[in-house]
Ligand binder design. Structure first.
Ligand SMILES: NC(=O)c1ccc[n+]([C@@H]2O[C@H](COP(=O)([O-])OP(=O)(O)OC[C@H]3O[C@@H](n4cnc5c(N)ncnc54)[C@H](OP(=O)(O)O)[C@@H]3O)[C@@H](O)[C@H]2O)c1
Length: 364
């Protein structure tokens, strides 16, 4: 087995290509006039990943936090040295240019819509919407108002996937045959929003969307769901795990596995006619991790060690750059289309899925 290291790059870049805009110029403008970002919801992910990412960038500054309960917003605002608001109130503020929405999955559609109608750019946690119809409505709203709407699949902004795509484009794996993607986590506390159907709970919307989006990333948008199985907790009416099969327009197979009742695992592999590549910690690697791509051929195995990359920082940086000073509608269109494709596939999975009951073993 051989092992080599890639030189570290200070500019890891987004995985999906941008078109026709100068990020350098936009960044310079933003440094002079940072984007004023408000948090809609003081969620665990906002505190754990978004706030540290904002702290690393001089192109964006926190201009407020909104929580359901104003007392809680005040506590967080005091801690962060910013202004407390309610959800509606923050959308009415003139000193807020954009909002980061990290509410439970079933509330994204309502609040992303409210934010866009209030004239704010929106960085919304994944999934943007729970149906294709809602995703189309939101993306058309953003486009018609000239606002940036990005779905925060932060993993897309990790340079490890840029490398996989580069090798794929160079033919390193030959003709792609099969993509396999898995994301599973252990059970969550019983009061977690993932167990609440009214809040868009369930493993598909929360965890399954990662390998689904990775299949889009590597195989393109023309995917068809050929089969699916969901394990459903009938008492809670949420799915706890699932498997999905898809096929691309070129005939490449994809197999997805996800769940919230497993030991932790986050990985994918792409198997082609010449070689396969596999990647562990594919979706939520910590910023300090040096990713390892494992390439296997019949008589050869190789590991490529990549430089660390902070996917949350990269995602926020790309969002901020996209907001101005002028929004490039053509450059935003692919991001909007990707969100609609993901939502279409969610619809297809739900429609095709065979549902099995969850065994009564404390599954949630
Ligand atoms: N990109 C990533 O790597 C990543 C990782 C994890 C999660 N996520 C996404 O981030 C979002 C937030 O997930 P999370 O686990 O951090 O938080 P969460 O438990 O889903 O709660 C998010 C926040 O929503 C607000 N909220 C509004 N209505 C609520 C209700 N009825 N019940 C509970 N909370 C309510 C609460 O904030 P206030 O009380 O302050 O209003 C709460 O802190 C989800 O969309 C998830 O898919 C993304």
């Amino acid at each position: 087995m051989s092992r080599h290291r890639e030189p570290s790059s200070p500019h890891p870049g987004a995985v999906f290509e941008h078109t026709g805009r100068s990020e350098g110029t936009a960044t310079d403008d933003r440094a002079a006039s940072p984007l004023r970002l408000g948090l809609l919801g003081c969620s665990p992910i906002a505190r754990r990943r978004m706030l540290p990412a904002i702290g690393l960038l001089d192109t964006v500054r926190l201009s407020g936090v909104a929580a359901r309960e104003i007392e809680r917003a005040k506590d967080v605002a005091a801690e962060l040295g910013t202004v407390a608001s309610g959800y509606d109130e923050i959308l009415g503020r003139d000193d807020v240019d954009a909002v980061y929405i990290s509410l439970p999955n079933g509330l994204h559609y309502e609040w992303a819509g409210n934010a866009l109608r209030a004239g704010k750019h929106v960085l919304c946690e994944k999934p943007l919407a729970t149906t294709r119809e809602n995703a189309v409505e939101l993306t058309e709203l953003a486009a018609s108002r000239g606002l940036v709407l990005r779905e925060n699949f932060s993993f897309e902004h990790h340079s490890q996937h840029t490398k996989v795509r580069q090798l794929l484009a160079e033919g390193r794996f030959g003709i792609p045959r099969t993509f396999t993607g898995s994301f599973c986590i252990p059970p969550l506390p019983p009061d977690d929003t993932r167990y609440n159907a009214a809040l868009g709970g369930g493993a598909l919307l929360d965890i399954g969307v990662y390998p689904l989006r990775a299949a889009q990333l590597l195989l393109g948008p023309d995917l068809t769901v050929t089969g699916a199985t969901l394990r459903v907790d009938e008492r809670l009416a949420v799915d706890l795990a699932g498997q999905v099969q898809l096929v691309s327009a070129d005939g490449v197979f994809a197999q997805l596995e996800f769940g919230i009742q497993h030991s932790y695992g986050s990985r994918y592999s792409l198997w082609g006619s010449a070689a396969s590549v596999s990647l562990d910690r594919a979706f939520t690697p910590p910023p300090s991790r040096q990713p390892v791509l494992r390439i296997t051929e019949q008589d050869h195995a190789e590991e490529i060690v990549l430089p660390p990359s902070d996917q949350f920082r990269n995602s926020v940086e790309a969002f901020v750059a996209a907001t101005g000073p002028v929004v490039d509608a053509a450059a935003e269109r692919p991001w909007l289309d990707r969100a609609v494709t993901t939502a279409r596939l969610i619809d297809e999975i739900r429609k095709k899925a065979v549902r099995v009951g969850a065994r009564d073993e404390g599954d949630g």
